[in-house]
Design a protein around this ligand. Structure first.
Ligand SMILES: NC(=O)c1ccc[n+]([C@@H]2O[C@H](COP(=O)([O-])OP(=O)(O)OC[C@H]3O[C@@H](n4cnc5c(N)ncnc54)[C@H](OP(=O)(O)O)[C@@H]3O)[C@@H](O)[C@H]2O)c1
Length: 253
């Protein structure tokens, strides 16, 4: 599998890149900087030989063109796209600047739309493809510090479901994942003051992405909140067959 991932310099994106390259898949990363701390988990990424990257911004049209071109050169083709890069700004509406609002909408919504737009012709040519957009439960709820982050994340859910309808007869799936706050290796390192045991762990998010990437079923147009039991009860109305199936498979492990 050849996997294109945005936002691989830290957090979930870095863990996804390490995870898939360790499994023997080819990974191409796209972010402004590269994973730091080469002595940590990023070392596995560089050592794997399965990892290529383009350093640039998802907010630049020319960087998107170059990154996708380089990815196809490095991997031969792209089988799956994970739009993970994000700009997280939770300032109050009376503190946030015009530029920060623009950057949030651009990075969290416009960029994934334009990256899909760039890669879809490649998927259509190949007769297959999987798109996984990482939204957030911030796209399903509202809070006072969420005026910059929540709307584009909500838009990303809606966009993914519209696009899925357009692509459903072309063997190209589009799904979106909307986790609550989760803990990653980097988050644990940079914020030791937080009780990370209370948070969802990134491996649960990765398991869900695995499920969507490797499932032989054609699953498309779904939004998957990543559940802890409390969240599952909150979103009980998402009782769809695929969701029950993926929860069930976690139970079996
Ligand atoms: N962490 C959570 O609790 C949580 C909860 C729900 C949903 N999510 C979603 O899960 C995903 C991963 O979250 P995370 O916490 O792991 O993120 P993170 O640690 O903040 O990392 C964000 C990544 O996005 C990249 N990025 C930001 N702006 C970019 C730009 N203009 N061009 C290219 N890359 C850019 C960053 O790389 P550079 O700065 O090097 O470019 C970085 O690699 C995001 O979509 C986030 O919204 C996170």
């Amino acid at each position: 599998m050849n996997i294109f991932i945005t936002g691989i310099s830290r957090g979930l994106g870095k863990e996804l890149a390490v995870h898939y390259s360790e499994l023997g898949h080819k990974v191409f990363g796209f972010s402004r900087s590269l994973p730091e701390h080469p002595g940590g988990i990023a070392k596995k990424l560089y050592d794997s030989g399965n990892f290529g990257y383009y350093s640039g911004s998802v907010n630049s049209d020319s960087d998107i063109d170059a990154a996708v071109g380089e990815a196809i050169k490095f991997m031969g083709s792209i089988d799956a796209l994970i739009n993970n890069a994000a700009y997280k700004n939770f300032k109050m509406p009376d503190e946030i600047t015009v530029e920060e609002y623009k950057e949030s909408v651009q990075t969290n919504l416009t960029a994934p739309i334009l990256i899909c737009r760039k890669i879809i012709p490649h998927f259509i040519k190949n007769g297959k493809g999987k798109i996984i957009n990482i939204s957030s439960n911030a796209g399903l709820v509202s809070y006072e510090g969420g005026t910059a982050y929540c709307p584009p994340k909500a838009g990303l859910i809606n966009y993914s479901q519209c696009l899925a309808k357009f692509l459903k007869n072309k063997n190209i799936s589009v799904n979106v994942i909307s986790p609550p706050t989760f803990s990653t290796d980097d988050y644990r390192r940079t914020r030791p003051d937080i009780n990370h045991g209370k948070l969802l762990q990134s491996d649960k998010v990765i398991k869900l992405i695995d499920y969507l990437i490797f499932s032989r079923k054609f699953i498309t147009g779904k939004n998957f909140p990543v559940f802890r039991l409390k969240t599952w009860l909150k979103y009980y109305y998402y009782r769809q067959f695929e969701l029950l199936e993926y929860l069930f498979q976690f139970r079996l492990k």
